[in-house]
Design a protein around this ligand. Structure first.
Ligand SMILES: Cc1ncc(COP(=O)(O)O)c(C=O)c1O
Length: 447
């Protein structure tokens, strides 16, 4: 594999590799025609152009392409917790569309107020102030602005290789080269601590990195916030409770705000409504998005403390679609459905099933290195050799395309981590079918 392509394989699978070329050679003329029309009209950017396929509809855990081929979607850009076109959500959205689809910013509306009230009722009592935004990146932007206003300090510490959105303010605190390249300098420069990878380097590493945060804060008194994902979504890195306890204590001691980005993982993905609940600590600012809109309407949120309600004379968000009645209706329906259907309980039961099944696969295939997961968020790392842990990048790509061929879609992270993130409504039979497809793909790569 070309080294430049290998280097690009960080955030997701790349779309101009040999495997991708072979994939195109099997598509029909009609699909290829639509793909070329897409490539002719859209501005090209990494991870988007050329696209993989043209989809026509979606339902439950499935995407269907324009020729009727169905894919179980174990990626879904992390929006599809309650499944695509969830009937409960769709009915509420249709109702809302007929009453109030838009709310100009100088007015408020009942459904947006109800959603904000609902969110704070589900969160610890200290997180009781909300702002909505049209997307996760904007929620991160508002969080960064609020942290500057509250602390009077502009610098931020983040985690190397992290992603918090694609806008200039979000990439300034994100560590992915693909997003920062050619963008020049960011003022003030963000400081980074490394991401612990306990599989490769052992559990004590994460506490070393927490100590590094402490040290950076001791030597830089112009830092206002530390931003991180509670659990890293892309390659599924799950910190220990000790790590988060330590980070919370360090932030408190240095009077630095802890911003948790749970945009892809809240609302049940990791087996609790909010991932931080499992860590016995509370952030100062929480960013939510993606699944909040139930895969039906874009909406995101920043939730914070009453004590930080001090920026009334400036604009933190000021987005046209801020208190979107449609987004709020979708989000309220998603929350009601998640609670009403006891999805969290289901996800916790599914976690054991998934773990057992993946461990069986690991026993069967030496290609599988680490298996990491919580709830229904799983990362299966492929390695050339279990001892050296050398990343099996070509093999991961081959597994991906074999799975796609057989109707299972997911993302490959860091070049070699199969990231499996199915809708939470998935049945056991569907899970078993997906695992069978993965097993077949691993078999075909091995032989
Ligand atoms: C951790 C994290 N933060 C922020 C974002 C940005 O969200 P959005 O694409 O809705 O702006 C993403 C999107 O992938 C994400 O994964």
């Amino acid at each position: 594999m070309d080294e430049s392509i290998r280097q690009l394989k960080q955030e997701g699978d790349v779309n101009f590799s040999e495997g991708r070329e072979q994939w195109y050679s099997k598509l029909d003329a009609d699909t290829l025609e639509w793909l070329s029309r897409d490539a002719a009209v859209f501005l090209h950017q990494s991870l988007s152009t050329p696209c993989l396929n043209v989809i026509d509809s979606c339902e439950g855990i499935y995407l269907t392409d324009i020729h009727g081929k169905r894919y179980m979607d174990f990626h879904g850009n992390s929006v599809h917790q309650v499944g695509y076109r969830n009937p409960y959500v769709t009915a509420r959205l249709k109702e809302q569309l007929d009453i109030l689809p838009f709310s100009p910013r100088r007015y408020t509306n009942k459904v947006a107020i109800q959603l904000a009230e609902k969110l704070v009722s589900l969160l610890p009592a200290t997180l009781n102030r909300v702002l909505f935004a049209p997307g996760g990146t904007s929620a991160v932007g508002m969080a960064l602005k609020l942290a500057r206003r509250v602390t009077g300090k502009q610098k931020v510490i983040s985690v190397q290789g992290s992603f918090h959105g694609a806008s200039l303010d979000a990439i300034a605190v994100g560590g992915e080269e693909q997003f920062r390249k050619y963008m020049g300098q960011f003022f003030p420069e963000t400081l980074f601590i490394p991401q612990a990878d306990m599989y490769r380097n052992g559990p004590e590493q994460e506490l070393q990195f927490a100590a590094l945060l402490d040290e950076l804060l001791t030597h830089n008194n112009d830092v206002g916030a530390f931003i991180a994902e509670t659990i890293r979504n892309t390659d599924v890195q799950i910190p220990s409770a000790e790590y988060w306890k330590r980070i919370r204590e360090i932030c408190d001691r240095h009077q630095v705000l802890l911003i948790l980005d749970e945009i892809p993982i809240a609302f049940g993905r990791t087996g609790s409504l909010f991932a931080f609940e499992d860590y016995g600590m509370v952030p100062d600012i929480l960013c939510l998005g993606k699944g909040l809109g139930a895969g039906a309407f874009p909406i995101a949120a920043m939730v914070t403390k009453d004590a930080y309600n001090i920026a009334g004379e400036i604009s933190l968000g000021h987005y046209t679609h801020e208190k979107s009645p449609l987004g709020a209706a979708a989000a309220l329906a998603m929350i009601e459905y998640t609670i009403g259907q006891q999805l969290i309980k289901k996800v916790n039961e599914d976690e054991s099933f998934f773990r057992n099944e993946l461990m069986l696969l690991k026993n069967e295939f030496s290609l599988i290195g680490d298996i990491r997961g919580k709830g229904l968020l799983w990362g299966v790392e492929l390695v050339k050799d279990p001892l050296t842990k050398e990343r099996a990048v070509e093999e991961a790509e081959a597994v991906l395309y074999e799975c796609l061929k057989n109707g299972l879609s997911f993302k490959v992270s860091q070049g070699n981590v199969l990231q499996l993130c199915p809708p939470l409504i998935i049945s056991r039979k569907q899970m078993a079918d997906a695992l069978l497809i993965i097993r077949g793909a691993l078999q075909s790569v091995k032989s």
